[in-house]
Design a protein around this ligand. Sequence first.
Ligand code: HEM
Length: 128
Amino acid sequence: MKQDIRNREDIRLLMEKFYDKLLADESISYLFTDVAKIDLEHHFPVLVDFWDSILFQSDTYHKNAMKPHIDLHQQSPLEPHHFKTWLGYFITTVNELFEGEKAELARQRATSIATIMQIKVIEMKNNR
Ligand code: HEM
């Protein structure tokens, strides 16, 4: 039986396996590698802080997670298929590694944040 997400090490593992999938898929990887040109050594700790705050109220993430995505969208449009792909890999990765209350919370929050993010991006498009 799989365990639930228990701590930052588990979140780090979740992020690494999730990004393995994202970065192996050319329909979305270019946004990370060519457009945002992320440095994974810098990016992973931020993602861990973000999910640690959501799942365990660690209060380690104090930035606005929407902002970099709005900036990204201005450089290269984020389309509905990107959100579908992102969320699909996130949920698949959670399901492969974990099960329990926190795993369910992670799937729910990822789904709601992705939905809000997509709405914000569509609003921007309409206001151009
Ligand atoms: C179309 C879907 C998405 C794409 C292509 C995407 C891509 C990216 C990229 C390229 C960055 C790095 C930005 C930079 O540092 O310049 C980033 C940062 C981040 N993403 Fe996403 N993302 C997506 C959806 C999401 C969703 C739904 C969430 C949350 C549930 C999320 C959480 C984060 C967080 C926490 C960061 C770090 C923000 C910071 O530096 O404070 N992303 N994303």
